[in-house]
Design a protein around this ligand. Structure first.
Ligand SMILES: [Zn+2]
Length: 489
């Protein structure tokens, strides 16, 4: 079951000029959602939003929430009466709101403040796609200001709030330096030359409550998650459409008819924008990555590409091209894109990642995930190779990781280091458990010790992972498989 979205609201402050400027905030890498994303200030609606004094407007609680969150996160108070406000009192009000104090409403009234909700212009609504752990149904507003008030950041979830001129923001996005949500990207593009066309924004982003189909996570790379039979807690596999003219569909993953329909609509919408898939590509052979391949071949005639080890494991599919490590493909289009395929075995023997050489974004398949963990098991997987492949990915110095499950990951270096450290820590626990066991051990004998920190629910998978660790320990000369079981060396 997908998580029900919670109501949210967000506001973009704009100072029009040449160039236009926007206030944006960077969420910390450990924020509960949209970690590492640049966003416009905002958050969840809360109980105070029905009561804080304001000057009205449609969806008024969302409007109040915008201006309350803006004040909490950046210290910018957009209220009638704010100009005469004593600085110390303003600080107290901000703290009261941050703490969720019930008397914040009375304090606002006593200070003669009224939030300027009527000046907010609605530009759309965006619902976080179903795959996410934290989902929001967010109303977006803009407010045009004559000049730019200075933000002072509250560093709970936001590490930076600043005014950025729109061309600089788009240039940084084009270099793959940052992640932005679809509404913010749409807004930045709408402000690229000239004043904002509010009606056009509304048309592009969410007059409807449907989650946006088009999410360009990196220039030239669109992402859309589809429901698949995958390992919990993940429920979806991300498909990526890479290219600005000719395009490669990475992970034709979903086997479900309704989701395949949605995929076809997505591809059709892309085609109307001049983006047309010329081939499909599988990062590896697992069932939650290949479900739509045959249907899309039948319906669209799209040829299928993969590594030889993947091809060998999917005899029921017809492949048009076998890709090797370090092979490059250039896709024609307004901005031609050169993709480099990188062999990364360890989770699956034929696993290939795809590097967009221009932005440095790495489509990472199942090598990493921002939902759930990556299973490395003895049949398809190999722990020694997996660790080696993580190091090879790090050596590519990716700017962002685009996993098959979960949100894009900005802190690529940090995540890859964390993955390696996590596996080595587990390996040490397995080695200690084997040493302390005394006699020959079966993998299941060691799980209660080496995975004592994991819920029993995952032990059936843990036993596979543990065996993969034992095989690596044997390769390292620290363990040995005997007829009676595994022994410590
Ligand atoms: Zn997999």
């Amino acid at each position: 079951m997908p998580v029900e979205p919670r109501l949210g609201a967000s506001v973009a402050l704009i100072v029009e000029g040449s160039p236009n400027r926007v206030l944006w905030a960077l969420r910390t890498d450990d924020a509960p959602s949209l970690e590492g994303f640049h966003v416009t200030p905002g958050g969840l609606l809360d109980a105070l939003d029905g009561r804080l004094p304001n000057d009205g407007g449609e969806h008024v609680e969302a409007r109040v929430a915008c201006l309350r969150e803006l004040f909490e996160e950046t210290g910018i108070l957009l209220a009638h009466g704010a100009d005469d406000l004593d600085e110390a009192l303003e600080g107290e009000l901000r703290d009261a709101l941050l703490d969720g104090d019930d008397d914040a409403v009375q304090r606002f009234e006593a200070a003669g403040l009224r939030l300027r909700t009527a000046e907010l212009e609605p530009i759309g609504r965006w619902i976080t796609p179903e795959f996410a752990h934290h989902r929001y149904d967010t109303r977006f507003f803009v407010m045009r200001l004559p000049d730019a008030p200075t933000p002072s950041v509250d560093i709970r979830e936001v590490e930076l709030a600043e005014w950025i001129d729109v061309p600089s923001a788009l240039a940084r996005f084009a270099r793959g330096e940052l992640l932005v949500t679809p509404p913010l990207l749409g807004l930045l593009r709408g402000l690229e030359d000239g004043p904002l066309d509010v009606a056009a924004q509304r048309a592009a982003y969410g007059a409807s409550a449907e989650p946006a189909q088009r999410w360009e996570v990196v220039p030239g790379i669109q992402m859309l998650p589809f429901r698949t039979p995958t390992l919990p807690p993940a429920t979806h596999t991300n498909s990526y459409l890479v290219g600005t003219g000719e395009a490669l569909l990475v992970e034709p993953a979903t086997p479900f008819a309704d989701e395949r329909e949605r995929m076809l609509r997505w591809l059709l919408e892309a085609k109307q924008g001049g983006i047309e898939p010329v081939a499909m590509f599988l990062t590896h052979h697992h069932v939650d990555h290949v479900g739509a391949a045959r249907d899309l071949y039948d319906q669209l005639g799209l040829p299928l590409w993969a590594h030889a080890e993947t091809v060998a494991r999917l005899p029921e599919l017809t492949f048009a091209r076998v890709l090797d490590h370090d092979e490059r493909v250039t896709l024609a289009g307004p901005t031609p894109m050169t993709l480099r395929f990188v062999h990364t075995p360890g989770h699956a023997p034929g696993h290939l990642c795809v590097l967009d050489e221009a932005s440095g974004a790495l489509v990472a398949g199942d090598m990493v995930a921002s939902i759930g963990t990556i299973l490395v098991e003895p049949r398809d997987g190999d722990m020694t190779l997996y660790l080696r492949s993580l190091a090879a990915m790090k050596a590519l110095r990716p700017t962002v990781l685009l996993p098959a499950h979960g949100m894009p990951i900005r802190d690529a270096d940090g995540l890859l280091d964390h993955y390696v450290a996590h596996r080595l820590a587990r390996e040490a626990k397995v080695r200690d458990a084997l040493r302390d066991h005394g006699g020959p051990a079966q993998p299941m004998d060691l799980v209660p010790v080496a995975y004592a920190d994991a819920p029993k629910l995952v032990w059936p998978l843990a036993v596979l992972s543990l065996e993969a660790h034992l095989i690596k320990l044997e390769e390292d000369g620290a363990a040995e498989r005997t007829a009676a079981g595994w022994v410590f060396v």
